[in-house]
Write a protein of this length. Structure first.
Length: 122
C-alpha cells in the first residue's frame, strides 16, 4: 500500500519573518496567523495550506539565476494579468531579476528576503 501524504505547510527561511509574512499577506490578501512573532510567522491559505517564515541567524538569500547561493524552493502564483501583478508586487517590495526566461508566460520575481517566486498566467 502506497503512503499517502497531503502537503500541509511550506516554510521559508529568512532574516525577518514578520516582514516577509507581511509581503506575502499583502500580495495574497490572506491574514496573519494569530501566533506569528519575530521568530516564526505565517498564514493559512483557503485550501488549508500553511505558509510559514522562520528566522535564521546569518540568513543568506539565494541568488537567481546564479547558483552561488542556490534557491532551495520557489513558489508559483497564478494571476490573471502578468503586467498588473508584476507592477503591484514591485510596489510591495518584490525585486525583478534581469534574467527572465519566458516573460510572456511567467515572471520571475524575488521576495524581500531574496527568495525567487513566479507569477504565471492563469
Amino acid at each position: 500500500m502506497a503512503l499517502q501524504m497531503k502537503l500541509r505547510a511550506i516554510t521559508l527561511d529568512c532574516a525577518d519573518p514578520l516582514a516577509l509574512a507581511a509581503f506575502y499577506q499583502q500580495a495574497t490578501g490572506l491574514g496573519p496567523h494569530p501566533k506569528s512573532d519575530a521568530e516564526f510567522a505565517g498564514f493559512t491559505c483557503e485550501n488549508g495550506l500553511f505558509i510559514g517564515f522562520q528566522r535564521v541567524d546569518d540568513y543568506r538569500a539565494p541568488s537567481w539565476p546564479d547558483q552561488t547561493a542556490p534557491q532551495q524552493i520557489h513558489l508559483d502564483f497564478a494571476v490573471g494579468d502578468l503586467d498588473a501583478a508584476e507592477e503591484q508586487l514591485l510596489k510591495l517590495g518584490a525585486g525583478k531579476p534581469d534574467h527572465q526566461p519566458n516573460e510572456d508566460r511567467w515572471r520571475v520575481l524575488t521576495d524581500p528576503a531574496g527568495h525567487p517566486f513566479c507569477v504565471v498566467r492563469a
